[in-house]
Design a protein around this ligand. Structure first.
Ligand code: GH3
Ligand code: MG
Ligand code: MG
Ligand code: MG
Length: 300
């Protein structure tokens, strides 16, 4: 069961009377925002990301289908369910509503209890799919984004970088001699070490567009959009220092050796690499160099 007012619903209708009616039905259960025209509707949808949109079709400016189409075309708003609430009765109208991504279709005049019931169903489905989406993109051990989330973000940032000509940097981070760590301290302590390293990498990553992910094993990647090769080297050095400064003991015998990382750095300068795989390979090759040169260092 959803808690009172924890979900936000955006109602869009060109009639203020209709909006009042909808508000009366939903406000005891949800936070309700309203918009009387399409521009405001799109603004609220993209800036506040409501959990559900109740959408009239016949509006003064843009029609509801077009609003729905725009919402479904953007990554940000694609997952917000849309329920059409409209006087358009025909079969074709309803089929069209579903075809462009609507989740439900209610015709006017409507029954308040049916609107509420159908809203509740969509909110429950949205809550479940949000949770699934989150779980599918997080690494189970460290609870940071996983390989799947990284691949998706890399593809998106790659395309954006190609379009804008802005540099995109990629760091691959690998814990040094981690097999030995496991051998000395055991696998459960190894897991704890992975969690601490993951958290530390994430804690010093402040820009919202940057992404730290666990690629697998003791390997992490850090995606730095709009960052050139000099910026990326500086960031890589920060990560390296931060992990060394955690002073996680690496061997049982020597209290002065600590867990360290090696970092491979690659930067996409407009059109220098022809595909995503070549950028990954460049970072991987650089990591190999860092290992080869003695570990606890950065190579580009
Ligand atoms: P290098 O400095 O060359 O990277 O050496 P390394 O020992 O870190 O690299 P290697 O690839 O030989 O070993 C990686 C180790 O990471 C072996 C594996 O048991 C351990 N490992 C991978 N995933 C996990 C995990 O989820 N938990 C724990 N505890 N250990 C893991
Ligand atoms: Mg209307
Ligand atoms: Mg390693
Ligand atoms: Mg490795």
């Amino acid at each position: 069961m959803e808690n009172r007012n924890t979900h936000t619903i955006l109602a869009v209708d060109d009639s203020p009377e209709n909006l009042d009616l909808i508000k009366n039905i939903l406000e005891p259960h949800y936070t309700v925002k309203v918009a009387v025209h399409s521009e405001l509707a799109l603004h609220i949808a993209t800036s506040q990301l409501p959990d559900l949109i109740l959408l009239d079709i016949m509006l003064d400016d843009m029609d509801g289908y077009e609003i729905c189409h725009q919402l479904k075309s953007s990554d940000k708003t694609r997952n917000i369910p849309v329920i059409f609430l409209t006087a358009k009765h025909s079969e074709e109208d309803e089929v069209h509503g579903f075809r462009i991504g609507g989740s439900d279709y209610i015709t006017k005049p409507f029954s308040p209890s049916i609107v509420l019931a159908r809203v509740r169903t969509q909110i429950q489905l949205k809550t479940k799919s949000d949770l699934l989406e989150k779980l599918a993109s997080l690494d189970g051990l460290t609870e940071i984004p996983n390989r799947r989330a990284f691949d998706t973000a890399l593809e998106r940032q790659w395309n954006q970088s190609k379009r804008t000509g802005m540099p995109l940097s990629l760091l691959i981070v690998d814990i040094d001699n981690f097999k030995q760590f496991n051998d000395y301290f055991g696998h459960p302590m190894g897991d704890e070490c992975l969690k601490r390293v993951a958290r530390a990498l994430q804690d010093i990553t402040h820009r919202p567009e940057d992404l730290v992910a666990r690629l697998g094993g003791e390997e992490f990647s850090i995606l730095l959009p709009n960052t050139d090769s000099i910026g990326a080297l500086l960031r890589a050095e920060q990560y390296r220092e931060t992990i060394e400064n955690l002073r996680i003991r690496h061997t049982q015998s020597n209290p002065n050796t600590f867990v360290t990382i090696s970092v491979g750095v690659a930067t996409l300068q407009a059109h220098a690499f022809d595909n995503v795989a070549s950028l990954l390979k460049a970072a991987d090759d650089a990591l190999y160099q860092a290992k080869h040169q003695g570990r606890n260092r950065i190579c580009a």
